[in-house]
Every structure is written in structure tokens, then in C-alpha cells.
Design a protein around this ligand. Structure first.
Ligand SMILES: Nc1ncnc2c1ncn2[C@@H]1O[C@H](COP(=O)(O)OP(=O)(O)OP(=O)(O)O)[C@@H](O)[C@H]1O
Ligand SMILES: [Mg+2]
Length: 274
């Protein structure tokens, strides 16, 4: 399948180029091309993973969907409208969980509802319900430094889910965690997402994680990045993330994906060598 915008996705990326001009470059008038010719259509309710070599522009594209970065050329449309400022409709879980250290777990989770003026009792009840959904009941009065890495990631997840965004952008959300905690969180995420109708865009370097979680995988080329291919994941739902390797379609699909990604990574290494 070619990554061509169909025009009816909840997110439509059309002919996007992004050039950054850094302070050093400004002096010599040069711009750095981070993304070129990016086209992608993400249908409502889909779980889409972005994979690709480091520095190929995955986070930059998420930032454009969130309205934090503007394309140099082309357009990113959200629900048919070009994103022109911060897109408050989407939830964004960045690589760093960004919990506020002076707020307890519950106060962090309640924050978005507080901004929306939800009354204290209502937001407290909702926060406790969401905290319970990820197994953190009893820790609601702990501060972030009193939580483990996995607990912090769970907190960041429910802090976003609580305000029910239609689209959730997740940038390597489970990256720094140990392998067991990652798989447990992947399973929890799929259970929370299943039947919710939410659209998720999930960046990861882990091909097994991308296969276990997503409906589609967008593979980026080396920098300056473009979307080289979009794959439909040939594994039915519900998925057993704990035994995903044992699925009969896993080995062939994994190998194909790895071969295609390896070409891009190897090319980066060759270009970097003297
Ligand atoms: N604000 C910025 N100013 C200048 N250059 C930037 C800026 N943001 C990103 N870049 C550059 O754009 C390129 C793509 O960066 P980006 O963070 O999108 O990559 P990535 O695919 O998310 O990489 P990783 O997998 O390592 O997180 C990099 O070369 C980076 O240095
Ligand atoms: Mg990144």
C-alpha cells in the first residue's frame, strides 16, 4: 500500500516538507531538511505505529500533528482543517513523562479537568477511577519521585486519557522501561484502547512492540525522512502481547519489516563512514 492521503482520514498529511534553520545555520543561510515529501492518511480509530532510523523526523511529524511545529511546505489536516496552532484536541504523551513533581499522582491526573473547570468532587472521582484502571489505587497521594518508572508512565497515560481526546500521540512512551514492564503496559494500553474508538499514533524503535500493538506501521526512510511504506499488520485482534512471537504470521512479517528498516539504518552508517 502506498502512503497516499485519501482525504477522509482524521489526520491527513499532504506533501509535507520541513526544513529547520538552526542558529549556526542562520549565519551561513543554510537550512536543514528534516522531512521531505511526506504523505499519510490515518483513519479514525486506527492504531498506527511510526518506525524508522533515529533522526528521520518521527517526533517532528508528531509535533506537526500536535500543532507545535509548522510544515515548511504542504499541509497537516486534522478533521479536515489545516492545523495552524496548538491542536488542543489531541493528547500528547512525550518521551519524557513531564509529570509535575510538586503535584501528587492524583493531582497530576486531574490537571486537564481542572483547566476545563470540572468541579472538584467530579474530577476527584474521575481521577480515582482512571488511576484504578491502571492498577495504581492506593498510590494516589504519592509524588512522582515516589513512583517507579512504570508507575510514572501509567500516570502519564491516564492523565491524557482522562480528558478523552479523539487522538492520542505517543512518542516512545515505554522506551526506558524494562522488558517485562513494557509488555505489561502494552497489554494495559490495548485493553484501554479496545472499543474506545480513539486514534493512536505511537512512535517506537521496537519492531516487536509496533507489531504487537498496531493496525498499520509507517516505516520512515533515513534522514531527510519520508514515509517509505505503510504495512497492514497481519495479526487479528485481540492480540496476546505476551506471546506475540508465537503467532503464525509473526516471523515472516517481522523479517520483512526488519529487512526494510535495516536498509535505511545501514545506509545511515555507510554515509557516516569516511
Ligand atoms: N527544533 C529543531 N530545530 C532544529 N532541528 C531540529 C529541531 N527538531 C528536530 N530537528 C532535527 O530534525 C531531525 C529529525 O528530528 P526528530 O526528533 O524528528 O527525529 P526522530 O525520528 O524523532 O529521532 P529519534 O528516533 O532519535 O527520536 C533531526 O536531525 C533533528 O536534529
Ligand atoms: Mg524522536
Amino acid at each position: 500500500m502506498t502512503p497516499t492521503p485519501s482525504g477522509d482520514g482524521i489526520i491527513e498529511v499532504s506533501d509535507v516538507f520541513k526544513a529547520f534553520v538552526t542558529r549556526g545555520d542562520r549565519r551561513n543561510g543554510r537550512a536543514f531538511l528534516a522531512l521531505h515529501d511526506v504523505n499519510l492518511s490515518i483513519a479514525r480509530g486506527r492504531f498506527v505505529a511510526f518506525v524508522g532510523p533515529s533522526g528521520c523526523g518521527k517526533s517532528t511529524l508528531l509535533n506537526m500533528i500536535a500543532g507545535l511545529v509548522r510544515p515548511t511546505e504542504g499541509a497537516v489536516r486534522y478533521k479536515g482543517v489545516p492545523v495552524s496552532g496548538v491542536n488542543t484536541d489531541v493528547g500528547y504523551i512525550t518521551q519524557d513523562d513531564n509529570l509535575f513533581p510538586w503535584r501528587t499522582l492524583r493531582e497530576n491526573v486531574e490537571m486537564a479537568l481542572e483547566f476545563r473547570g470540572v468541579p472538584v468532587d467530579r474530577r476527584r472521582d474521575l481521577a480515582l477511577r482512571y488511576i484504578g484502571m491502571v492498577g495504581l489505587s492506593g498510590f494516589d497521594n504519592h509524588y512522582p519521585h515516589e513512583l517507579s518508572g512504570g508507575m510514572r508512565k501509567r500516570t502519564a497515560l491516564v492523565r491524557t486519557l482522562i480528558y478523552e481526546p479523539d487522538v492520542i500521540l505517543m512518542d516512545e512512551p515505554f522506551g526506558p522501561l524494562d522488558a517485562q514492564t513494557r509488555v505489561i503496559l502494552q497489554d494495559e494500553l490495548l485493553k484501554l484502547w479496545d472499543g474506545s474508538g480513539k486514534t493512536i499514533v505511537f512512535v517506537t524503535h521496537d519492531l516487536v512492540e509496533a507489531i504487537a500493538l498496531s493496525d498499520e506501521i509507517a516505516l520512515f526512510s533515513r534522514a531527510p525522512g519520508t514515509i517509505k511504506q505503510v504495512y497492514q499488520v497481519p495479526l487479528e485482534r485481540p492480540r496476546d502481547v505476551f506471546h506475540i512471537h508465537a503467532h503464525p504470521n509473526f516471523p515472516e512479517f517481522y523479517n520483512r519489516l526488519w529487512q526494510d528498516l535495516k536498509e535505511e539504518i545501514t545506509a545511515v552508517e555507510l554515509e557516516a563512514s569516511p
